[in-house]
Design a protein around this ligand. Structure first.
Ligand code: ADP
Length: 357
């Protein structure tokens, strides 16, 4: 139940003014999205590449909701950044023919942020909350009855003058996205009818992403060129899209504009993206553990401080792929570089180094 202080008191009449202050970002209003990202973001199941298990389940769920004429169950998508959580939410909305409101947990700091959004919803709409593991306790408690009974339970005023209000909300679907499902409280997690983990993409799937984006951007890329970019995209469509754009800049300036395997590989070498897709930060992380901590284990805070990076960037952006690629290992005492990690950097494991005594 949400407890509002006097100056946060909201009545139904205030709904209009709250709506104006909502920290909602409509997809078309995301600044960086307007040009590049928005033009290449898939809008339907056919152009959403890979994640076949998820797509099959969703097609059935959507069909069932349509037949029953009921809103979709609340859904939680989790997995590393750039794998298509926001995109699939947009696909679901367009397939259901409903609006999607996009926000993220850090934008919902004050109770009135989440209350304002909930009260502005229309029936059937989808509310997408990114980084949902970062919701604060108060916002979470406001969400519980909203998700379960489509009501907003609020107490306004103080002590003796306190009044409890139960405001009905239109039926809506909450789609949460997170890179850290484990950090969601269990009462929140339990309120999602579908929980799905997004997988890293295969080379073939990423090559399809590259070819699709190249076509939209009117860039000429061969099959082998697309595969070369896919191999260095760390299993992640967002990275594949970023690399095709960077490589196309090289192709236009240094070559004849067409991307084949040689152009792709040469451009990516110049960009210092190696054949595993690792960039300077990833290599610096592995080298640091090897050189300063004998290969580990070492705590993530220490790594972040030594690299002058944010712990969150290390945990959410660098580590998932290094772990998945088997270059890094997570142990109870911290991170360790794996034998594969040593080999990838052309280094010898401590046990392989010649001992004098
Ligand atoms: P997340 O929300 O998981 O961080 P996004 O949904 O924002 O990731 O996706 C990042 C970018 O990758 C988007 O611009 C989108 O164009 C592209 N993308 C993601 N998933 C797919 C997919 N399955 N097929 C094609 N492109 C995708």
């Amino acid at each position: 139940m949400a407890i509002l202080s006097d100056n946060e008191d909201i009545g139904i009449d205030n709904k209009e003014s709250l709506h104006k202050k909502n920290p909602i970002i409509k997809p078309e209003n995301i600044e960086y999205d307007k040009t590049f990202e928005n033009s290449i973001r898939p809008k339907d199941f056919d152009s959403y590449i890979g994640q076949s298990a998820l797509k099959e389940t969703l097609k059935i769920t959507l069909q069932a909701a349509r037949l029953r004429e009921k809103p979709l169950d609340h859904m939680l998508f989790y997995g590393p950044p750039g794998l298509g959580k926001t995109t699939i939410a947009g696909v679901i909305a367009s397939q259901m023919g409903v609006e999607i409101l996009i926000t993220s947990a850090p934008a919902l700091e004050r109770p009135r942020d989440i209350i304002g959004i909930l009260m502005s919803l229309k029936g059937g709409e989808i509310l997408f909350i990114d980084e949902i593991h970062r919701l604060n306790k108060v916002a979470e408690e406001i969400l519980y009855p909203a998700m379960e009974d489509f009501t907003l339970d609020m107490t306004t005023g103080k002590s003796q003058t306190a009044k409890t209000l139960r405001i009905p909300l239109p039926k809506f679907t909450l789609i949460g996205a997170t890179t850290k499902a484990g950090e969601l409280s269990s009462p929140l997690r339990d309120r999602f009818g579908m929980i799905h983990r997004l997988e890293f993409y295969t080379i073939d799937e990423l090559a399809q992403v590259v070819k699709r984006t190249a076509k939209i951007l009117e860039i000429d890329v061969t099959e082998e060129g697309a595969k070369a970019i896919a191999k260095r995209s760390r299993g992640t469509p967002r990275i594949a899209n970023r690399l095709i754009k960077r490589v196309s800049d090289f192709a236009i300036v240094k070559y004849d504009g067409k991307i084949d395997e040689v152009v792709a590989n040469e451009s990516l070498d110049i960009l210092k993206i190696d054949e595993f897709g690792l960039d300077n930060t990833d290599r610096a992380l592995l080298n640091l553990i090897i050189e300063k901590y004998d290969g580990g284990p070492v705590g993530v805070e220490t790594i972040a401080a030594a690299l002058s990076e944010d712990v969150r960037t290390i945990e959410d952006v660098c580590e998932p792929y290094l772990l998945q690629a088997g270059l890094l290992q997570r142990t109870p005492r911290g991170r360790k570089v794996s034998p594969e990690g040593y080999r990838h950097l052309g280094r010898k494991m401590p046990s392989e180094q010649t001992r004098l005594f």
